[in-house]
Ligand binder design. Structure first.
Ligand code: MG
Length: 386
């Protein structure tokens, strides 16, 4: 069981529904992995993508990690029973010769390929990714729906408050009960954004805010003082992801839930956050992103490590959203998933026709991740001839 071809294409992604708005020049990698296994008269092809909040990883994929997968001979990528690809074995092949530390961008390159390999493995097994993932990790059969929230609320360059109100109202109309917006400007501006967004939801307890790692110690403490009275759902990405001292100092001054981990990429970094970040296991949220931290295979290691250290599975709400996260949450029994209803085309939203009900989204039931059920994403992948 072999991987016989891998392709990567770089595409632009945007934080806004309107891609004409400036969004930092973000790009991502679309990856297709073709296997030598045939189903229904066609080779099984897995699809994946890199981070939606960072940049594409074409160089590392083409020059370093794809050649290792393509060079492996014979059945060494099959699982024990020989029935499908083994993503854990494929991950070990990709990481062969890599030294510990220095995660840089390679974790995202590996993450994109890893997603496509899991997609292909579930397709070969003929089951949704959530089912394969639960089986491989010894978990119970996954639920058909998972809790979700709507991610978005990036600042608009003009007409910010009106457009923010419209965006969050749209989320509520779609059935989302919770949402997350960005903060990090001056406290007065942030407070106005929170008031406007919370008015579109059942209250500020249904709203999370994300500072995108912008604050220093003084800024983080000032924000914590401003945010406290709102009783928010959570306060995310306070400071530099490695500034555990600032993170811990803000946590000590902010009793409401904090979320962290989105920009940490390894088991070792997750341990450091747990030991030194001041997080509280009874209330705080872990937003590690499978596409950031060496893929789902690396993410499983973080979940295993932190749950063994006492964290509840419900604390994990993976950043990044989209169809992939629905499977990750269902398969591993985690708290819930982020969905970007408007941002980050072509991956935004749910499968075509899927609806939010009671704050929960359906997990796609096609074999694999189910990109085939999401017209916008599927057209992007098909543009590669996949
Ligand atoms: Mg974040």
């Amino acid at each position: 069981m072999r991987i016989v071809a891998i392709s990567e294409r770089t595409i632009p992604v945007s934080r806004y529904a309107d891609p004409a708005l400036p969004s930092g020049g973000l790009t991502t990698s679309l990856v297709t992995v073709t296997t030598d296994v045939w189903r229904g008269g066609h080779p099984v092809i897995g699809h994946g993508y890199a981070s939606v909040g960072r940049f594409a990883q074409g160089g590392l994929i083409r020059e370093r990690f794809a050649p290792r997968l393509l060079a492996v001979a014979g059945a060494s990528l099959a699982d024990e029973a020989g029935t499908t690809l083994d993503p854990f074995r494929a991950w070990a092949v990709m990481m062969n010769g890599e030294k510990p530390g220095g995660h840089g961008e390679r974790c995202v390159a590996v993450g994109a390929l890893d997603m496509a390999i899991w997609d292909a493995a579930a397709k070969i097994a003929g089951e949704p990714l959530a089912a394969l993932l639960a089986r491989r990790t010894g978990r119970p059969a996954p639920p058909d729906t998972v809790p979700v929230y709507a991610g978005g609320g990036y600042p608009y360059p003009a007409g910010d408050l009106d457009r923010l109100a419209g965006e969050i109202a749209h989320f509520a109309n779609l059935g989302f009960t919770h949402a997350k917006i960005k903060i990090g400007a001056d406290p007065e501006c942030d407070a106005r954004r929170i008031e406007v967004a919370a008015r579109q939801l059942p209250g500020s307890a249904h709203l999370a805010v994300d500072a995108m790692n912008r604050f220093d110690l003084a800024g983080g403490l000032a924000a914590a003082a401003m945010l406290g009275p709102f009783g928010l759902w959570w306060f995310e990405d306070i400071c530099d992801p490695h500034d555990f001292a600032t993170q811990a100092a803000v946590a000590a001054a902010y009793p409401a839930p904090i979320a962290a981990g989105e920009a940490l990429f390894s088991v070792a970094e997750a341990r450091l956050l747990d030991r030194h970040g001041g997080l509280r296991r009874d209330r705080d949220i872990l937003v590690f992103d499978p596409a950031h931290c060496y893929g789902l295979t690396g993410y499983c290691g973080i979940v295993e490590t932190l749950t063994a250290a006492g964290w509840p599975r419900e604390a994990f709400w993976p950043h990044g959203g989209h169809l992939f996260a629905l499977h990750v949450v269902a398969g591993l029994g985690l708290g819930g998933a982020e969905v970007s209803p408007l941002a980050f085309a072509p991956f935004r939203g749910l499968a075509d026709g899927a609806r939010i009900n009671g704050g929960r989204a359906p997990v796609p039931q096609a074999p694999g991740i189910g990109f085939e059920l999401h017209g916008e994403a599927w057209r992007a992948f098909k543009a590669d001839g996949a």
